[in-house]
Ligand binder design. Structure first.
Ligand SMILES: Nc1nc2c(ncn2[C@@H]2O[C@H](COP(=O)(O)OP(=O)(O)OP(=O)(O)O)[C@@H](O)[C@H]2O)c(=O)[nH]1
Ligand SMILES: [Mg+2]
Ligand SMILES: [Zn+2]
Length: 292
């Protein structure tokens, strides 16, 4: 295989599809690379020939990686939300925190604006200072131009709840019905997890992106509550005005973040969730220490 570098474009258990300059091969992982999480979609790998089978023997150092969705070496995570299913704001907060920890840029895409564009302004108020772009589209109507201008020239990963329309957006970019699209469960207005594994896709006009399975639960693993504010851009820029340094912006008096919240300059809803996530991290941290 001449040391050629391939990229993992999709996988199911120990079956990987890898690609280099348009050539697509199937391969299996060797030894400890077989373990869950050792190889991710987006990884660059080297192969060996073993009795007619391609075997992945080496994974190159990652530029970045995320646990959920499980992807590596991306330029931008686009968090997709929609008026239906209703936005899970905690999930958006936690996804942003994870992107910041991983050092990956993130943007937010409100899909299904044909149903209601109302959440767009709220998303801008809550997340404007914190993410690199916020766009609104209707994949169903083929109206995705705002999104295209944000993802052009980048390796992008779509992430978010089931049924927000990640695969419909993917089909729009690809220009065909390539990804399976699901529907909302009527009773609970929740998605049905139609997409079951991540895949790197490429359109004829050069867009490169990853469609991933939806999810609704995200725990912040090993996150130190005291450091949480560092992942909120708008809090970082206010922190100089707090009386205490460092300030967690929760129980300290004379806190510039709390002041900005009470003056309506930054979102109270987002701040209230920050306090809840802060408490969650604290509890998780204590439990970990106890069980160690
Ligand atoms: N009204 C409207 N419906 C849309 C739009 N985009 C997608 N949908 C519908 O939303 C449902 C779910 O779409 P999918 O593309 O399967 O959603 P997904 O995010 O890929 O879901 P998972 O693969 O389960 O994570 C389908 O019924 C789509 O037709 C849109 O812009 N407007
Ligand atoms: Mg899907
Ligand atoms: Zn403060």
């Amino acid at each position: 295989m001449d040391g050629k570098v391939y990229r993992i474009i999709r996988h199911k258990s120990n079956e990987f599809e890898v690609e280099a300059s348009g050539e697509v091969l199937s391969a299996r992982a060797r030894g400890k690379l077989k373990r869950e999480g050792e190889l991710m979609v987006g990884d660059f790998v080297r192969l060996e020939d073993a009795g007619g089978e391609h075997v992945i023997t080496e994974v190159l150092k990652r530029r970045n990686s995320l646990f959920r969705p499980s992807v590596a070496n991306v330029d931008l995570i686009v968090i997709v939300v929609a008026p239906l299913p209703q936005i899970d704001w905690f999930l958006v907060d936690k996804l942003i925190i994870n992107c910041k920890k991983a050092g990956v840029d993130c943007a937010i895409c409100l899909n299904k604006k044909d149903i209601s564009p109302a959440e767009y302004e709220e998303l801008c108020f809550q997340y404007g200072p914190d993410v690199s772009a916020i766009v609104s589209v209707s994949a169903k109507n083929g109206d995705i131009s705002q999104l295209l201008s944000v993802i052009k020239g980048k390796v992008v990963c779509f992430a978010g709840q089931s049924a927000v329309g990640k695969s419909t957006i993917s089909n729009n970019i690809l220009g065909g019905e390539i990804r399976e699209v699901g529907h909302l469960s009527d009773k609970i207005s929740r998605g049905k997890n139609t997409t079951t594994s991540a895949a790197i896709l490429r359109s004829d006009d050069g867009y490169m992106f990853i469609d991933t399975p939806g999810f609704s639960m995200l725990d912040l693993i090993n996150e130190d509550a005291e450091n949480l504010g560092a992942y909120y851009e708008e809090y970082v820029s206010l922190a100089d005005g707090c009386k205490f340094h460092p300030c967690t912006h929760v129980s300290e008096p004379d806190c510039a973040v709390k002041r900005a919240v009470s003056e309506g300059k930054i979102s109270k809803k987002r701040y209230d969730r920050y306090v809840r996530i802060f408490e969650e991290c604290k509890t998780a941290f204590k439990t970990q220490r106890r069980t160690r």
